[in-house]
Ligand binder design. Structure first.
Ligand code: NDP
Length: 314
């Protein structure tokens, strides 16, 4: 099949706070950015509930609504926002090539990568088999289906605590499986979880198996300190053990750390390839906040503008 090729100045890949902020700045600087949203338009904030720490919203705001605001603002500034997933790149020479949905070829003078990060899974066969049939990595998306039922959640970070709290308001009991004898979450979140009567914490515990035939019916929990195993009847099994960067298609082109986070030159959005910039969670494993992602999206657009004007391309 013949490839449809399109030439653009600035291609932005990803539609979380980083991608949309880069689009707002790039559009205002007349760089005519084209943004591809990926498979989850709006990114991770579309699967969260209330955001209370993004400045400018004194009453807080729902994550999905905030991302609609970001998109509208980028659109109003003139960014060309499209649905589509970048599936392959070739950064051998300028203009750089990016394939969308394995067929459309975009050639771009500058590229801003804002592909974010995705949920990690435990890697159990039963978890994979029952995914979508009671197994989920997003309490906010799927908790509703388990109203009045018992569920389990794995993890002990801020996300797991936040999701356990969310589930505790919908479900009769939340069984929280924590692999060590302490939690990684901030103290305030830990305290909230510990003080919620219908959250039962299993310390030093790992998931042996998610049980169920066709849909989740239980979980076998293994206490590694006592070597005891218990089977708990549940209808929903939630995994909240962190995220991994969405950087696979850039492997071999861009410098990354051992876990796949793209490396940028400190204080900039520059990668090891001239004209290719990275922002947001795909290059940030430390802060991972909407506001820091947005800030780094701004940096990427400003770096791209400087790069293109030095080349005489804008
Ligand atoms: P984290 O990486 O902070 O925590 C992951 C948790 O999952 C850890 O408790 C870890 O255990 C556990 N874990 C990892 N792998 C496994 C496994 N295979 N089996 C069982 N447990 C496992 O990820 P989060 O998504 O919770 O948070 C990411 C970042 O976002 C953090 O910086 C967090 O503070 C921030 N955040 C902030 C929020 C807020 O401020 N409102 C809300 C949500 C997130 P262990 O501790 O033993 O390594």
């Amino acid at each position: 099949m013949a490839e449809a090729t399109e030439k653009v100045h600035v291609l932005i890949i990803g539609s979380g706070p980083a991608g949309y902020t880069a689009a707002i700045y790039a559009a205002r600087a007349n760089m005519k950015p084209v943004l591809y949203q990926g498979i989850q338009p709006g990114g991770q904030l579309t699967i969260t509930t209330e955001v209370e720490n993004y400045p400018g919203y004194p009453e807080g705001i729902q994550g999905p609504e905030m991302m609609i605001h970001f998109e509208k603002q980028a659109s109003r500034m003139g960014a060309d926002i499209r649905y589509g997933l970048a599936t392959k790149v070739d950064f051998t020479a300028q203009p750089y090539k990016v394939w969308i949905d394995e067929e459309k070829l975009i050639e771009a003078d500058a590229i801003i990568i804002a592909t974010g990060a995705s949920a990690k899974w435990l890697g159990l066969e039963s978890e994979q088999r029952l995914n979508g049939f009671g197994v989920s990595a997003c309490a906010v998306c799927d908790g509703f289906f388990f109203r009045g039922k018992e569920v389990a959640i794995v993890g002990a970070g801020d996300t797991a605590c936040e999701e356990a709290m969310y589930l505790s308001k919908l479900c009769t009991t939340v069984h929280m499986i924590v692999r060590r004898d302490q939690m990684r979450a901030s103290k305030v979140m830990q305290d909230r979880v510990k003080n919620t009567p219908n959250i039962k914490i299993y310390w030093n515990s790992v998931t042996d198996e998610v049980l169920g035939d066709g849909k989740v019916s239980g979980v076998r929990i293994h206490n590694t300190a006592t070597n005891e195993k218990v089977e708990v009847p549940i209808s929903g099994f939630f995994v909240a053990i962190g995220h991994q960067p969405n950087s696979d298609i850039f492997k071999g082109w861009l410098d990354m750390d051992e876990t796949g986070y793209i490396q940028t030159v400190p204080g900039t959005a520059k990668t090891n390839i001239e004209g290719v910039f990275a922002c947001g969670d795909v290059q940030d494993k430390i802060y991972r906040q909407a506001v820091t992602a947005a800030g780094s999206g701004c940096m990427a657009a400003l770096d791209a503008e400087r790069y293109l004007s030095a080349k005489g391309l804008v």
